[in-house]
Design a protein around this ligand. Structure first.
Ligand code: SF4
Length: 156
């Protein structure tokens, strides 16, 4: 069962979408300089049961256009179940992962088939995030193949 640390309605993480963003615990990547080390422990957080998730979607579906998962790809089957529930409500789905796209293709091909947006790339402090020209991170619209990093550079 996936667990979440927190959720919020966010406007900037996915351009032109209002996203219900859930932060999932159990991140296995241990990026140097991680801003949220408490997310590494899979014992932390609250179980994201289907009932809790359904209630969140019901509560916010008139406000949001997208559900964004920060992590969770380490339990494919659980994440796919939540993605399916989201799609049934005609909402888009995004995933922020520290893996790169090649690793996602190799380890989680089923997720790539079901996501609308994917942000890839470990946090590397020297390279910066999406608002840095030198970043290793990439935000892609998987439905069109378009790279969306430019939105963040323009908003700097
Ligand atoms: S992927 Fe994100 S949460 Fe996980 S270790 Fe890296 S910065 Fe931290």
């Amino acid at each position: 069962m996936l667990k979440y640390d927190s959720y919020d309605i966010v406007l900037q993480e996915i351009p032109d979408e209002v996203s219900l963003c859930l932060t999932i615990t159990g991140c296995q990547l241990a990026c140097e300089g991680c801003h949220s080390e408490h997310l590494w422990n899979p014992e932390n957080g609250t179980e994201l049961t289907h009932d809790i998730f359904r209630n969140l979607i019901t509560k916010y579906k008139k406000t949001i256009t997208c559900v964004l998962f920060m992590g969770g790809e380490w339990v494919d089957s659980e994440l796919i179940a939540l993605i399916s529930m989201t799609k049934r409500e005609k909402l888009k789905v995004g995933l922020y992962t520290g893996l790169n796209e090649k690793q996602m293709k190799r380890k989680h091909p089923i997720l790539l088939e079901n996501l609308d947006y994917l942000k890839t790339g470990k946090w590397i402090a020297d390279l910066g995030g999406l608002n840095s020209i030198s970043t290793n991170q990439v935000l892609k619209d998987l439905t069109t193949g378009r790279i969306l990093n430019g939105y963040f550079l323009n908003n700097k």
